[in-house]
Design a protein around this ligand. Structure first.
Ligand SMILES: Nc1ncnc2c1ncn2[C@@H]1O[C@H](COP(=O)(O)OP(=O)(O)O)[C@@H](O)[C@H]1O
Ligand SMILES: [Mg+2]
Length: 238
């Protein structure tokens, strides 16, 4: 699903953010990308989304060679990807519902379908009762969960998250992780960048570790699976 072949990203003569990086993530995997600040995590994610291009090497995402992809195809390519960033940007003058349905307007669904999808996505993050609130009426953690709901609303093939738990306390971080796990169970391939070692250690997932732009460690998922949870808290909103 995500393939990097000898990818180097150089910003200038003094700054090589990624250095000869090769890895493969298959459909349905849940992978942590970790490493200290400045290791190259955000750069790697931006390359996957083709927000930037590699200096050297090839990237294939969802069967597409990103070096060869035409600019006009980018919106279609990105539609299959849910993205979550640390500085989630909700639009303050819009309600939570409007923030979510805004994403759906491009796809041309009926108003009724908007409501159903938005409600389903909010239920998944346990915020359905806040559907008519404005972002500033929610706590930071709740706003982040709305941003995740927004990323999940189209049941993306792939979820790419950059430090999605960065501003959250450990309990909330765990909760957010479970939301991603649920999305993964429902079929989304997940790549989650974080420098939170505790979060990673508790979850027994595959880990790719970067340092100074190089892969320094790769750990497969360990046999011990995360504790089985009861029925998924996701409703089927398809
Ligand atoms: N647009 C840019 N221009 C120049 N250097 C950059 C740019 N973006 C990132 N870098 C550099 O690339 C390196 C990796 O950055 P980044 O990918 O943001 O790391 P991380 O997300 O792991 O903290 C850093 O040294 C950073 O300063
Ligand atoms: Mg970063």
């Amino acid at each position: 699903m995500i393939h990097f072949y000898h990818v180097t990203k150089r910003f200038d003569a003094y700054s090589t953010a990624l250095h000869d990086v090769t890895f493969h993530i298959e459909k349905g995997e849940f992978v942590f990308l970790t490493g200290p600040s400045g290791a190259g995590k955000s750069t790697l994610l931006k390359l996957i989304l083709r927000q930037m291009r590699p200096t050297e090497g090839q990237i294939v995402v969802n069967g597409r060679n990103l070096n060869a992809m035409k600019r006009s195809h980018l919106p279609y390519f990105r539609r299959e990807i849910g993205m979550v960033f640390q500085d989630f940007k909700l639009i303050e003058r819009m309600t939570i519902f409007e923030n979510l349905s805004f994403i759906l307007t491009a796809i041309g669904l009926s108003a009724k379908e908007h409501k159903k999808k938005a409600y389903g996505a909010l239920r998944a993050v346990n915020l359905q009762h806040k559907i008519n609130y404005y972002p500033l009426q929610l706590s930071g953690g709740e706003q982040q969960r709305v941003a995740i709901a927004r990323a999940l609303i189209n049941d993306p093939l792939m979820l790419i998250a950059d430090e999605p738990t960065g501003n959250l306390d450990p309990d909330l971080a765990q909760e957010v992780l479970e939301i991603f796990s649920d999305a993964n169970l429902r079929g989304s391939t997940v790549l989650l960048a974080t420098h939170d070692r505790d979060l990673i250690q508790r979850s027994h997932r595959r880990v790719i570790a970067l340092d100074h732009g190089r892969i320094v460690d790769e750990k497969p998922a360990t046999a011990e699976k995360p504790a089985a949870r009861g029925e998924s808290m996701f409703v089927n909103w398809s």
